[in-house]
Design a protein around this ligand. Sequence first.
Ligand SMILES: Cc1cc2nc3c(=O)[nH]c(=O)nc-3n(C[C@H](O)[C@H](O)[C@H](O)COP(=O)(O)OP(=O)(O)OC[C@H]3O[C@@H](n4cnc5c(N)ncnc54)[C@H](O)[C@@H]3O)c2cc1C
Length: 296
Amino acid sequence: MKALIISSDNPKRLGELKTVAAALCTDHEAIVITDKNSVPGSWNKAWVTTESLGANLTDSVLKLANDADYIISSGDIGLSILPEIAFKLGASLTTEVTDIQKENDHIVFTHPVYGGKAIAKYESNKKKICISLRENYFNPNPLDGQTEAENIAVSEKRIELLETSMEEAEGISLEDAPVIVSGGRGIGGAEGFDSLSRLAKLFEGTIGASRAAVDAGWVPNSLQVGQTGTIVAPDLYVAVGISGASQHLAGITNAKIVVAVNKDEEAPIFKRARFGIVADWKKFIPALTEKISRLK
Ligand SMILES: Cc1cc2nc3c(=O)[nH]c(=O)nc-3n(C[C@H](O)[C@H](O)[C@H](O)COP(=O)(O)OP(=O)(O)OC[C@H]3O[C@@H](n4cnc5c(N)ncnc54)[C@H](O)[C@@H]3O)c2cc1C
């Protein structure tokens, strides 16, 4: 059995894909989007390309995917490339996969539905299987060694990238932060996020926000956590002045420890939180920040 993975050169993403490939079979091949000519980790074969647009890569990937039993990718790359690959190969496709279990001869794929309120489990009735992983749900393989790679020639450009605009981002990203201090409507204004930022920095983490805080224009869109924002998986998630709407909770289902600070003891966030503090954040957060900075 053979697995072909398609990945960016982000070691965490590549490691997650290697972990899943290793759980399914022993023959692993990789296509990596990079300008280098080798790929981290040990692969039976590896290819590299600088083309990052799924539509332009499809034909090249199809040729390499013909004899693969599993074609695995994740995040935006997986979602842009795998639907067409699965259709053209007559394979099954499961997207946003958060867990994979081998049960007897069957492989069961887990995929959260209804904004994370329910978990659906799927089995494939096809022999060829495409899987797109949700990022941050699998322990990344450490990727020992390096594999020499061949370059993939992209014969026909179906689409062209005209422009990219990057939002200036400071520090660690929401997806990779081990600690996130998130603020909601209860923060009351943009300046309140400076206070959350001071606490986040002490934890070497970053700040996040509810949609209410983003819609109010207090923080940029890129900080929104939730169903229509970023799905995060930190070790510690501190929700400050956030009520705990289902759409927000959908973004933190994989957070290990949730701490909620809210002045309303009936706020739904307390049902999700391991530790709940019923308090006005304006008193609690500066006192906590002061205490932690003294301990450091
Ligand atoms: C299709 C759809 C998609 C959505 N996607 C998302 C999403 O991705 N992410 C998201 O977050 N939301 C999303 N929402 C919006 C979501 O339904 C909620 O409206 C939103 O999460 C509420 O944000 P909030 O908790 O900050 O605000 P509120 O619900 O208004 O809660 C504010 C909280 O602050 C507390 N508070 C007030 N003052 C203080 C104080 N001084 N100290 C401590 N606590 C205080 C209050 O008690 C209250 O619990 C979506 C909605 C829809 C319909």
